[in-house]
Design a protein around this ligand. Structure first.
Ligand SMILES: [Ca+2]
Length: 367
């Protein structure tokens, strides 16, 4: 993750695994390894007889179980999205939108919870996932902080992610751009700067859980088989804005066709076939699963029943770091750089990493 890489002292190279558009696309290779307007069928609680009996399902939609083919659908897919493999998913409830600042504020108000970004970095924990011998950084770098996006003034090498990421002291969910910023007026925007631990804590408080990676992708597909995007196969730049992404030339020029530079309020763009908003773009969403870059290979040719991810994590970019999956892309994603808004795009981040474009949504079992 980015934080670990900063402390490892290899900022330029090591920033590459932040949960964002921070990888250069890997086009499909000959061996198969590589990187319509939506419906607004908001089948909300009033359309489901079960929901009235359970107030905790307010704001959720029932995702009907089924079988789907999980993994990459086009030449933009990365190596870790292959091979496609069949997965069975039981029905479950899913938040129709990302957890908002208002929702997270209620959680914090009731529990006094302090997020990871609001605490000083625990060096003894951090160094476990760094290369042996990594020196302890200056205390100033261990102060509460998080990652914010800084646009460049001109074209930059897209492998040098330090050109647009900054470890900013005081950045957290309450002040997403750092000291002086706030979430006032952004109550209905997705909460950001939340670590995986923060998301799990929220889930426990709300009586819900994070989606598995398979549940997330199944839900993102919205009932459409083998489509690239949550809305189907139409290119993202065609027609009306479909999601909050980066439009223009990353990371220095944003045409703002979708109207938003950073986060957008939830439910601003059309929902997918299951009535889910922002499954594509806006903010990356934490999943429950550990990330392993070869996990799909172990599932090839099998029909997997409600998989919960690998038992170990592995990312060859940072083999010592245990990572969790994030999905869906963010307002920083663009086809020229990454295409995180594809249904099958997998991102991975260490669980203590938050950033200005990472949030989450929750799910619940039927019973
Ligand atoms: Ca945008």
């Amino acid at each position: 993750m980015l934080l670990h890489r900063i402390f490892a002292g290899f900022l330029f190279v090591l920033l590459l695994s932040i949960s964002s558009c921070t990888q250069t696309p890997k086009k499909a290779t000959p061996d198969g390894h590589s990187c319509t307007p939506t419906n607004t069928r908001f089948s909300s609680s009033e359309s489901n007889p079960d929901s009235d009996a359970d107030a905790t399902r307010a704001g959720m939609v029932l995702i009907p179980g089924g079988r789907f083919s999980m993994g990459g659908d086009d030449a933009q897919a990365w190596r870790d999205e292959f091979p496609k493999h069949d997965v069975l998913i039981d029905s479950f409830w899913m938040d129709i939108h990302e957890v908002t600042n208002a929702q997270f504020a209620q959680f914090v108000s009731e529990t006094g919870y302090v997020t990871t970004a609001e605490k000083a970095v625990d060096w003894n924990e951090l160094k476990k996932s760094l290369p042996p011998g990594t020196p302890k950084p200056d205390e100033a770098l261990l102060a509460p902080a998080s990652l914010v996006f800084i646009p460049s003034e001109k074209p930059v090498h897209l492998r040098d992610v330090s050109q647009w990421w900054q470890w900013r002291k005081g950045a957290n969910w309450r002040q997403p751009e750092g000291p002086g910023s706030s979430i006032e007026g952004k109550e209905l925007h997705p909460v950001v700067h939340v670590s995986w631990y923060d998301a799990v804590a929220y889930c426990k408080w709300s009586g819900k859980r994070l989606p598995t990676e398979a549940e997330w992708e199944y839900a993102s597909r919205g009932g459409i088989q083998n489509a690239v995007y949550t809305w189907g196969n139409e290119a993202i730049e065609k027609g009306n804005a479909k999601a909050n992404t980066w439009e223009g030339s990353f990371p220095y020029q944003n045409k703002l066709r979708d109207g938003y530079y950073l986060t957008a309020p939830v439910q601003h763009f059309n929902a997918n076939g299951y009535g889910l908003y922002d499954m594509s773009g806006n903010v990356w969403e934490w999943c429950a699963d550990l990330y392993h870059e070869e996990y799909y290979q172990a599932l090839e040719g099998k029909i997997t029943d409600n998989p919960k991810g690998p038992t170990t994590s592995y990312d060859s970019n940072e083999p010592l770091a245990e990572k969790r999956v994030t999905r869906g892309g963010s307002f920083l994603c663009h086809d020229s750089y990454c295409s995180g808004y594809r249904n099958s795009m997998r991102m991975k981040t260490t669980p203590d990493t938050g950033s200005i474009h990472t949030g989450f949504r929750t799910v619940a079992d039927l019973n």
